[in-house]
Design a protein around this ligand. Structure first.
Ligand SMILES: [Zn+2]
Length: 242
């Protein structure tokens, strides 16, 4: 069932909502728009059912990207929705615009800004190397200055993300020793969340909430690493004026 990860009351007088879908809410991958529309309805319904009184913006206000593990971010402006443009982060100050990121192992992340803006970010290993979080945070800060804080959704854990030693070493060189993990089978692994923590700390972004459910261990989520699936759960976020 879809659930609210965080409800943040911002200095601007807005409330930011960050929620996460699960397998039972349907596939949020964008390949089939009709199926996606149905999934949006299911995620909305699931959220309302489990969070009494929550008002979800209607499906025509949902934006999504064709994610390419890059670093481009796209602003959702007034009277607009983004439907499948290439990029890996969305941001907006517009109320009731639902920003979504699709994942099946990568880290889904929302940034809230005290000025009432939000961003959502798709952060896999490639995006993290490309500076996808820094880039989105900077874009948000430039247009809408204010303190930022991060909400992190379920992602693959070091328990399941086996990594070759050589590749792992190149991450350690960039982000430090904390990114080295160990799988349940005692093999080397990459700790994506540790990289995210390093990046947030460098940018001075508070980590306000994180869900460390492992998408590979936990059967509530799709995992590309465990099954090669093309299906995706979604992190969804929006702001509204109180
Ligand atoms: Zn795991």
């Amino acid at each position: 069932m879809a659930r609210v990860l965080a409800e943040r009351h911002l200095a601007s007088g807005h409330t930011a909502w960050v929620a996460m879908s699960e397998i039972t809410d349907g596939d949020m991958a964008i390949s089939d728009l009709k199926a996606r529309e149905k999934s949006i309805q299911e995620v909305s319904q699931s959220l309302v059912e489990h969070n009494a009184g929550l008002a979800i913006p209607s499906s025509q206000h949902w934006s999504f990207l064709t994610q390419v593990h890059g670093f481009e971010n796209i602003e959702v402006k007034e009277n607009e929705s983004v439907l499948g443009l290439e990029g890996d982060a969305l941001f907006t100050t517009q109320e009731k615009k639902v920003l979504t990121i699709q994942v099946a192992d990568c880290v889904p992340l929302a940034l809230t800004s005290d000025c009432g803006a939000i961003a959502v970010i798709h952060a896999g290993w490639k995006g993290l190397l490309n500076g996808v979080i820094e880039n989105a945070s900077e874009a948000l800060q430039k247009k809408f200055p204010g303190d930022q804080s991060a909400v992190i959704g379920p992602h693959i854990g070091p328990c399941c993300y086996e990594y070759g030693r050589k590749d792992l070493d190149s991450f350690i060189e960039i982000f430090g020793a904390s990114v080295a993990g160990v799988t349940d089978a005692s093999a080397d692994s990459l700790d994506l969340m540790a990289i995210v923590r390093v990046v947030l700390k460098e940018r001075g972004i508070e980590l306000s909430y994180r869900d460390d459910s492992c998408t590979s261990c936990d059967s509530k989520f799709w995992s590309y690493r465990s099954s090669g699936t093309q299906k995706r759960q979604s992190l969804v976020a929006w702001v509204e004026k109180n």
